[in-house]
Design a protein around this ligand. Structure first.
Ligand SMILES: NC(=O)c1ccc[n+]([C@@H]2O[C@H](COP(=O)([O-])OP(=O)(O)OC[C@H]3O[C@@H](n4cnc5c(N)ncnc54)[C@H](O)[C@@H]3O)[C@@H](O)[C@H]2O)c1
Length: 210
């Protein structure tokens, strides 16, 4: 299959949400123009993104919202349940454990890790916090496929390395560093500071233009 860009994958997630909202409103069919308008992009972009994966909808009739949502869910692998581990049960970690939406989307937090002796052994949301010493055993037992990294930056690389050694191949990293990983491992970075800097740049350039 052709290599699909990150931006196409990210737009598919957006279309998935758009279709879910339309279905909630009882709307059965939608055109690429409507999907485009809702998301401030062009209809050509919507058609191009979908064309990578086959032909959907009927010319002139648009797409059936449920069919298209289900097909996008299949493409994104959302029809299955993913077992997730969270490493670092601090401020960010706790907020993520409490976020019920992940579970609804098929991402089930099944294991918690921390190296603080005061936290290890405690239970949060029905899950025991394990020490990193037992990481591979727990990863194997809980069939962990994705790990969320919410530890301080200075230890994030070594934490990822430990999980890679246990066979985990997908990471969502909250620590503000660039993680190095083998080619068959994917690391997505979640960094609010970068987003804030983009806003800062936008406001700074606007001021200069005034
Ligand atoms: N992505 C963002 O937008 C964003 C925003 C704020 C903070 N952060 C980053 O997220 C991370 C977590 O922030 P926080 O405020 O929750 O920190 P925190 O100090 O509250 O929590 C970190 C947790 O990691 C644990 N930990 C430390 N070393 C560990 C190790 N080697 N193995 C396992 N657990 C370990 C600590 O015991 C603690 O429970 C930091 O890297 C921070 O810079 C990201």
């Amino acid at each position: 299959m052709k290599k699909i860009s990150d931006s196409t994958i990210s737009r598919l997630s957006t279309y998935y949400r758009t279709l879910s909202h339309l279905i909630d409103q009882g709307i059965e069919t939608v055109s690429s123009e409507q999907i485009a308008e809702i998301n401030n992009i062009t209809s050509a972009q919507v058609r191009k993104d979908l064309s990578f994966f086959g032909s959907f909808g009927k010319r002139g009739l648009g797409y059936n919202t449920r069919d298209l949502r289900d097909q996008i869910a299949n493409i994104l692998g959302l029809s299955k349940k993913w077992n997730v581990a969270l490493v670092g049960v601090g401020n960010i970690g706790r907020a993520l454990i409490d976020y019920a939406e992940f579970k609804k989307q098929g991402f089930h937090i099944k294991a918690l890790f921390d190296n603080d002796p005061k936290k290890v052994g405690q239970e949060i949301g029905g899950l025991k916090i394990h020490h990193m010493d037992s990481v591979c055993n727990v990863v194997k037992e809980e069939k962990i496929e994705i790990a969320i990294i919410a530890v301080p930056a200075k230890v994030a690389q070594s934490v990822v390395d430990s999980l890679v050694k246990c066979g985990v191949k997908a990471f969502l990293n909250f620590a503000p560093i660039t993680i190095k990983a083998p080619d068959d491992v994917m690391v997505k970075n979640e960094n609010m500071s970068i987003e804030l800097e983009a806003l800062s740049y936008f406001l700074t350039q606007n001021e200069k233009g005034d």
